[in-house]
Design a protein around this ligand. Sequence first.
Ligand SMILES: Nc1ncnc2c1ncn2[C@@H]1O[C@H](COP(=O)(O)OP(=O)(O)OP(=O)(O)O)[C@@H](O)[C@H]1O
Length: 259
Amino acid sequence: MIRARGLEFAHGRHAVLRGVDVDAADGRVLGLLGPNGSGKTTLLRLLHGALRPRRGTVEVDGQDVAGLSAHELARRVAVVVQETDHGSGTDLPLTVAESVLLGRTPHRGRFGGTTAQDVRVAEAALRRVGGLPLAGRRLVEVSGGERQRILIARALAQSAQHLLLDEPTNHLDVRYQHEVLSLVRSLGTTVVVVLHDLSLAAAYCDEVVLLHDGVVRAAGDPAEVLVPALLEPVFEVDVRRLDHHGELHLAFRPRPPRG
Ligand SMILES: Nc1ncnc2c1ncn2[C@@H]1O[C@H](COP(=O)(O)OP(=O)(O)OP(=O)(O)O)[C@@H](O)[C@H]1O
């Protein structure tokens, strides 16, 4: 369980998040949605302790993240950030297999080396994302979509009960967008995922939080949040809900420029 209450965050004088509450329940997929600049990545970073709030608290399994060491936190929470973000490690001269093995680091002692168990877990994680054939390749040589799946494998190898992902479908072709999200959904871990594609959010999230200008505009069941009355003022487009084989899809039309 990840629980945030009353989160406030600012870059200098620029308020980024105000009074944000989040409840990510065990084994459920929570989607963070909202327009560019609405505060999704900032919120995700607060949830895994990479940023400290000015006000408010974040608890993981009832413990304040501010009181957990980086090592303890990494055993509980695995994070897949966008590959351009600092810390994704994709610029290191590593093979794919070595990169996935890095996910095991929180499970080692200070001077502990790689164990056979680490190798087995890393291999299983790479297999789950369809990445085994890439194991011997250098990370800098794989495509953007392949790299994204490898970063997810590294997070899986971390064996944490909570998984946070920032736009994991970036760079993925349509098949892998669905494969990665159904994989993430099948893990049984708590998942908090930033998504731009609202139809994917409708298909794979149990709950969603809709952010706008750093404030939660709506939260709850995707079927109740992904409605034109809530989405149109936030995204400033016309929204239609479509039913395709019983699944909710959303279609958008730009609004004509104001005269
Ligand atoms: N390092 C920084 N310094 C100053 N302002 C920042 C910094 N990082 C982010 N911001 C600002 O904070 C606000 C929220 O940014 P954030 O990246 O959380 O939004 P987002 O919803 O994830 O956006 P996107 O969909 O474009 O990725 C934006 O106005 C952004 O310009």
